[in-house]
Design a protein around this ligand. Structure first.
Ligand code: ADP
Ligand code: ADP
Length: 220
């Protein structure tokens, strides 16, 4: 049965329908691409799935239950959202340690994920000196912290150099090969075609189509 289920998910901000009656499922153990132009509602949908925002109507379920900010979700779902937003004088290590503590995750795991994303050498450096690429890696470390079976990455290759882009692609593939379920957003079809098996396309908050990559490339 589906890992992520959206049922008539709707989010209105004032006069804007950011997410408009969106229903689709994300199947286990695949990379599902979530494609749409800027402003289509991808980030809002991910925030709603994580319980960081409340739907106006409808619901999003992970493994059959609804998320709220009251739960400690990092063991079940990890997400990279707006990686550029982290800032301040804390070190990368302390940033992850604080997240680990509130989610009952031990400090040894912090060192592991820093190693995994290639930030072990700068773990004690302040976030204020981090480039966007380093912040993306840190956001991925945060997503992996709880060793979750479900991962969501919002535009993970944005702002990365070619090496960083290749690294992210390889990471997505290896996480999927481990049996994890991944929802990966992008506004670039070319990016999706390289990593995703299935694609959900949205525009103005609404579902446009759902198909396998093989299907889409033979159609267009
Ligand atoms: P995407 O991630 O696909 O670029 P978003 O989910 O960020 O799209 O945005 C979808 C729409 O909702 C846009 O029109 C955006 O301006 C609007 N929106 C998103 N968040 C807010 C918010 N907190 N307040 C008001 N409008 C918002
Ligand atoms: P705070 O508001 O304390 O600075 P955050 O808003 O960063 O903390 O996170 C609040 C909670 O949301 C975290 O304790 C965690 O359970 C969840 N959370 C934060 N980041 C992630 C993430 N990348 N993946 C999954 N859950 C997260």
């Amino acid at each position: 049965h589906a890992v992520i289920e959206l049922q008539h998910l709707t989010k209105r901000y004032g006069g804007t329908l950011a997410v408009d009656d969106l229903s689709f499922n994300v199947e286990p153990g695949h990379v599902t691409g979530f494609l749409g132009p800027n402003g289509a509602g991808k980030s809002t949908t991910m925030r709603l799935i994580l319980g960081l925002d409340t739907p106006t109507s409808g619901q999003a379920l992970i493994n059959g239950h609804r998320y709220t900010s009251l739960r400690k979700p990092m063991r079940e779902v990890g997400a990279l959202l707006d990686a550029g937003a982290v800032h301040g004088g804390r070190s990368a290590y302390n940033h992850l340690l604080a997240l680990a503590r509130t989610n009952d995750i031990g400090p040894r795991r912090v060192a592991e994920v820093l190693e995994e994303v290639g930030l072990a050498g700068v773990a004690r450096k302040r976030l204020s000196g981090f480039s966007l690429g380093m912040k993306q890696r840190l956001g991925i470390a945060a997503a992996l912290l709880g060793d979750p079976g479900v991962l969501m990455f919002d535009e993970p290759v944005n702002g990365l150099d070619p090496d960083g882009v290749r690294w992210i692609r390889d990471l997505m593939r290896s996480l999927a090969a481990e049996g994890r379920t991944i929802l990966l957003s992008s506004h670039l079809m070319s990016e999706m075609a390289l990593t995703a098996e299935r694609i959900v396309i949205i525009g103005r908050g609404r579902l446009i189509t759902e198909a396998t990559v093989a299907d889409l490339t033979s159609r267009y």
